[in-house]
Design a protein. Structure first.
Length: 162
């Protein structure tokens, strides 16, 4: 092997080894939640599981206030968004749910919930587009139906004259 090739192989080997090393990120551990916040979170989870979304939303919001740097903040933001999206009385608040999920994605970019949030937001966006397309299609059908009725009347009048 020539000296140039050997040097090239050595350089590539060094680069490959250097690139394969994992660099540990040092981050401050999440602040443990105060006991009152833990109780609030447990109440919120029980209400959420029972389908009492308004009660769960209040408890999740209380948790976020009591423990703004809590270790489960991404999960709480996710569930709080779900409470607004799933409630039926009053109607679901997709705008608020979307804002909470975007906050989750921005504040916790490595959260394991991020793919689920992105999927929900994507599906909701598609649903909004389908609803808009349906509305446009229905308007067009009404326009064409009225035009057809108008043409039928014209045709009927011509038939009477002949």
């Amino acid at each position: 092997m020539s000296a140039k090739r050997l040097a090239l192989v050595v350089v590539w080997t060094i680069l490959a080894c250097a690139a394969c090393q994992k660099h540990a990120r040092v981050a401050a551990p999440p602040t443990p939640a105060p006991p009152a916040a833990v109780v609030e979170l447990e109440m919120a989870d029980r209400a959420f599981t029972a389908g009492a979304y308004d009660e769960a939303a209040r408890a999740y919001e209380n948790y976020l206030s009591a423990s703004p740097n809590g270790g489960q903040r991404d999960q709480v933001l996710f569930r709080l968004g779900l409470t607004y999206a799933l409630r039926t009385n009053p109607a679901p608040d997709w705008q608020r749910a979307t804002a909470l999920w975007r906050q989750l994605v921005n504040e916790h970019p490595t959260s394991p919930l991020k793919p689920a949030v992105n999927l929900i937001l994507s599906l909701h966006s598609e649903l909004d587009q389908v609803a808009a397309d349906t509305k446009t299609r229905d308007q067009r059908i009404r326009q064409l139906s009225s035009e057809l009725e108008r043409l039928k009347k014209i045709d009927a009048e011509r038939g009477k004259r002949q």
